[in-house]
Design a binder for this molecule. Structure first.
Ligand code: AMP
Length: 419
């Protein structure tokens, strides 16, 4: 080991782990393209007050988990703990809601930072892919997001998952619900953990999300969100569920789902998978928020969004399919047997790569025997051998390294044969 190790809660990703990451990000942006969402890149750090304002002064993220510091110009800066605040700030600052037709739809991915206790699937620097629809006035957009997640999971070959859904209804219903939860907990305050006693005053809904009081909460008949919904919001929730059913989305209602951030009103959801050891892992979540754009100084626009954790999806894919499955597969390994064949090897590699084949050229000093050992160790599919005869006759010896079958062909025939 050298003199330095990575900071606690961070990861070095390389080889297959890094390839799984690229694969998930690439798949996610391909799905985003099909839904016609545009990419957006925002800074990794923002003014601290942006997150305090949006995520909620009393949320766990703001009170306990932010990486905050003063820069050399004495500005309060925070490494972004989540994506929505920065994206909404950028949409307001650049007036993207005015330049484009509404709703505007963006996707982002990158690193996020939370000072959490590291464990499997929980890091201090982690990666998310997320989307936001801004200026959305229809529950169809809520459905679109859930369909988007299911398309993404299908593309990644993740079939076994559950989407837990709940709704706060609009701001009015949410406030009514908040009041009834507060009223309910009044006689139970002394039985709650220290954090929840504070939450009771600041943000009683967050009590429902408490990990410490989880078992105690299960013994209580806490009011459910549905009890505070009016007819309009109830109907909308029913319509959302109908669309999800019509599209075979594996969802279930979770009347106590509240999510960790302050800004949600309307539909909220989380996506769970189950690991082999039975542990349930939440790989993503999102929902509708109606006040954030205005809160941050923009117009009165309703939004919906979600984010999935790339690290957790990667963890699950590795468990499902094995990490070898995500390693680059080399189609052709070109072996120049003599010095004079190296030019030809380079030229053929160029042509094959232009045809989208993955090609490795032997540029080292391996003997013929070591070349074959190297090819077999790394699972290369085919070898192209070029020696004196091949140069003279302008042909290639191509060996299938799985079947050991060998052919002697011109490059044109090889390309034709593999079309
Ligand atoms: P959240 O907005 O907090 O629900 O985060 C959305 C998703 O990001 C979660 O479902 C996780 O998959 C992922 N995530 C959140 N925090 C972490 C973390 N500390 N480490 C790894 N992944 C995380």
């Amino acid at each position: 080991m050298g003199n330095y190790i990575r900071p606690r809660g961070t990861l070095d990703l390389f080889d297959a782990d890094a390839q799984i990451f690229s694969y998930i990000n690439k798949t996610a942006s391909e799905v985003a393209k099909k839904y016609n969402y545009k990419p957006i890149y925002t800074p990794t750090f923002e003014q601290t007050s942006l997150f305090a304002r949006s995520t909620g002064e009393t949320s766990d993220i703001v009170t306990k988990e932010m990486y905050t510091f003063k820069d050399k110009g004495d500005r309060e800066i925070t490494l972004r703990p989540e994506g929505t605040a920065g994206v909404i700030r950028a949409i307001i600052e650049n007036k993207l809601y005015a330049i484009n037709d509404l709703p505007v739809k963006y996707y982002y991915s990158g690193s996020f930072f939370r000072y959490e206790r590291p464990q499997v699937g929980r890091y201090r620097e982690f990666s998310q892919f997320g989307v936001e629809i801004v200026g959305s006035n229809s529950y169809l957009d809520d459905c679109e997001l859930i369909l988007f997640i299911s398309s993404l999971l299908k593309e990644l070959k993740i079939n076994d998952y559950v989407i837990r859904i709940n709704t706060f209804g609009d701001l009015n219903c949410r406030n009514n619900y908040r009041d009834s939860v507060k009223e309910f907990f009044k006689p139970h305050i002394s039985s709650l953990c220290e954090d929840c006693q504070k939450r009771f005053n600041n943000n009683p809904l967050r009590i429902l999300d408490c990990k410490i009081d989880k078992e105690y909460l299960q013994t209580l008949s806490i009011p459910q969100t549905q009890d505070s919904l009016d007819e309009k919001n109830k109907n909308e929730f029913t319509k959302i569920k109908e669309i999800l059913k019509d599209n075979d989305i594996p969802f279930k209602e979770d009347p106590y789902l509240v999510r960790g951030l302050d800004y949600y009103t309307g539909l909220i959801f989380e996506v769970d998978i189950t690991l082999k050891d039975g542990k349930v892992l939440t790989i993503g979540g999102g929902g509708r928020y109606s006040c954030l754009v205005k809160e941050l100084g923009g117009p009165d626009l309703n939004c919906v969004g979600f984010a999935v954790g790339i690290n957790r999806i990667a963890l699950y894919l590795k468990e499902l399919y094995g990490k070898e499955n995500y390693e680059n597969k080399v189609d052709y390994y070109i072996m120049p047997f003599i010095e004079q064949a190296t030019k030809k090897a380079t030229a053929i590699a160029k042509i094959l790569r232009e045809k989208n084949y993955v090609v490795v050229v032997e540029n080292g000093k391996r003997s013929v025997g070591s070349m074959f050992k190297y090819a077999s160790k790394n699972n290369f599919s085919k070898a192209i051998m070029i020696g004196e005869d091949e140069l003279k006759e302008n042909k290639l010896k191509v060996k299938d390294l799985k079947t050991q079958e060998q052919i002697y062909v011109t490059l044109e025939d090889l390309l034709k044969g593999s079309e």
